[in-house]
Design a protein around this ligand. Structure first.
Ligand code: FAD
Ligand code: NAD
Length: 466
């Protein structure tokens, strides 16, 4: 039987990063993955394929809607969905192969099969060959799966989750998206650009409800301009399929009025659930919470001291970079180091166009906590860079402590803000004041100038360009 210092179950961004960091720190490491490709949800059916489709559909939309205003005449523009999806798959394939390469480079033993606990130091692997390995420590990184509503039968054909939406055989005529969160809006925008009518049914009274209210408002305005329809404050009560037609029933939770939508495809995007099926947690008595998430302490250690858990399978934001930080943290703890994650500084991004990005506290959270704050906001339309590219929607908003001027939150909507948010994270990591950002030189013309201007607005209410 092979013995390891660490076994990692699950090869998503949490698991593979944990395995690499363990190997870098000199531990003999095994990685167990039930699928034949590495990379987990993120690389196979999440972050990477969704961004590939967002980019492809964005190019198409630019060609049909925006090239002309740049003086580019291309005539009849068509797209080929099959090719678009094949390109997406090739991006995924190259990326997952890259993880295989990294495992080899770091001398990590990869086992393909379902890992399940035999006891606290032995893991059975059910794959092509059934075998058992021994591990002094184990990291559970088994991620998450799409959740649904109890009355919905996901048939994976027309009533689908994000996984199927990444490989549809045709563009829906009318796609109803249940859930106006990240997945619903990103994938809804892909199919809207490709010509589908898209209706988003959202239970809350705003889209992306966990982000700053100003971002929800701005993104809603832009999506409505793009002719996406919304039924906010609507809870779905039934989804019924009759042949190719689906009826979605919902109730307006403010007015108590029932409505019906007809669609040929329904994307169910109401969140994801922690995935622990097949792990045999009971064999070792690992505790999960009422939502099925593996319970961990501040060191991400489960109630069994040599077993840790990271990523989507535990509490917190279901984000690839959060899982990665946790993978690194556990590896370093196992090596005797004292790492730390500031969860307040994990950024959140929605890759629609315009993009949406946030770090730190929202205005709603500061109000609720009774923190005295100042707010500075700068519109993208006032930037020369935005006018040059034609991306004038959005803004940067900086929230700072009223007394100390320390930056407490940075919230953005606009072109390339997914990349720009790193400036907010860096500033907050070093506990910068809004004035610190305002006094830094930002290259001209760039979208980043909006960060400087918002900081000026927050510090002294003296932006230069509005
Ligand atoms: P996962 O990536 O889910 O990996 C878990 C792995 O464990 C899987 O490969 C699974 O097969 C394996 N596994 C499970 N049980 C066993 C077992 N018993 N034995 C062996 N293997 C097992 N996040 C972002 O930060 N940015 C984005 O842009 C983004 N886009 C997304 C788009 C979509 C459509 C979706 C669905 C998600 C997106 N996410 C994004 C979320 C991101 O994918 C997850 O937060 C991330 O993958 C979590 O990583 P993880 O390592 O915890 O788990
Ligand atoms: P989400 O939590 O972002 O959004 C789900 C939405 O569904 C919420 O707005 C919620 O109010 C709504 N909802 C819940 N029940 C409903 C009902 N009965 N009727 C109508 N609406 C209802 O979840 P998601 O979009 O499914 O994404 C799952 C996870 O994947 C998220 O945690 C997210 O972090 C991650 N993800 C991240 C990215 C990214 O980082 N860009 C992209 C995709 C997914």
């Amino acid at each position: 039987m092979s013995s390891y210092d660490v076994a990692v179950i699950g090869s998503g961004p949490g698991g593979y990063v944990a395995a690499i960091r363990c190997a870098q720190l000199g531990m003999k490491t095994a990685l167990i993955e039930k699928y034949s490709t590495l990379g987990g949800t993120c690389l196979n059916v999440g972050c990477i394929p969704s961004k590939a489709l967002l980019d492809s559909s964005h190019h198409y939309e630019d060609a049909i809607k925006h090239f002309e205003e740049h003086g580019i005449e291309v005539g009849d523009v068509k797209f080929n969905l099959e090719k678009m999806i094949a390109r997406k798959q090739s991006v995924v394939d190259v990326t997952t192969k890259g993880i295989e390469f990294l495992m080899g480079k770091n001398e990590i033993d990869v086992y393909q099969g379902v890992g399940s606990f035999k006891d606290a130091t032995h893991i059975d692997i059910a794959g092509e060959k059934n075998l058992t390995i021994e591990a002094k420590n184990t990291i559970i990184a088994t991620g998450s799966k799409p959740s649904t509503l109890p009355f919905i039968n996901i048939d994976k054909e027309r009533i689908i989750t994000s996984t199927e939406a990444l490989k549809l055989p045709e563009v829906p005529k009318h796609l109803v998206v249940i859930g106006g969160g990240v997945i619903g809006l990103e994938l809804g925008q892909v199919y809207k650009r490709l010509g589908a009518e898209v209706t988003v049914v959202e239970y809350m009274d705003r889209i992306i409800p966990t982000m700053d209210g100003a971002q929800s408002k701005e993104l809603l305005k832009v999506f409505k301009k793009q002719k996406v329809k919304f039924a906010l404050s609507h809870g779905v009560t039934a989804v019924e399929r009759d042949g190719d037609e689906i009826t979605i029933k919902a109730t307006n939770n403010k007015k108590g009025v029932d409505v019906e939508f007809k669609a040929d495809y329904v994307l169910v995007a109401v969140g994801r659930r922690a995935y622990t099926d097949g792990l045999n947690l009971d064999a070792v008595g690992i505790k999960t919470d009422e939502r099925g998430k593996v319970e961990v302490n501040e060191h991400l250690q489960t109630n069994v001291s040599n077993i840790y858990a990271i990523g989507d399978v535990i509490k917190g934001a279901m984000l690839a970079h959060k899982a990665e930080e946790e993978g690194t943290l556990v590896a370093e703890i196992l090596a005797g180091q004292k790492p730390h994650i500031d969860y307040n500084l994990i950024p959140g991004v929605v890759y629609t166009w315009p993009e949406v990005a946030s770090v730190g506290k929202t205005e709603e959270q500061l109000k609720e906590a009774g923190v005295a704050y100042k707010s500075g906001q700068f519109p993208m339309r006032a930037l020369g860079r935005s006018r040059a590219s034609g991306d004038t929607d959005g803004f940067v908003k900086i929230l700072a402590d009223k007394e100390t001027d320390e930056v407490l939150g940075v919230h953005m909507v606009g072109a390339r803000v997914a990349d720009l948010i790193a400036e907010g994270v860096t500033a907050m990591e070093f506990r910068a004041s809004a004035e610190d950002i305002a006094r830094m030189s930002h290259a001209h013309p760039t979208y980043a100038e909006a960060v400087k201007e918002a900081a000026l607005a927050a510090t002294e209410d003296r932006p230069i360009h509005i």
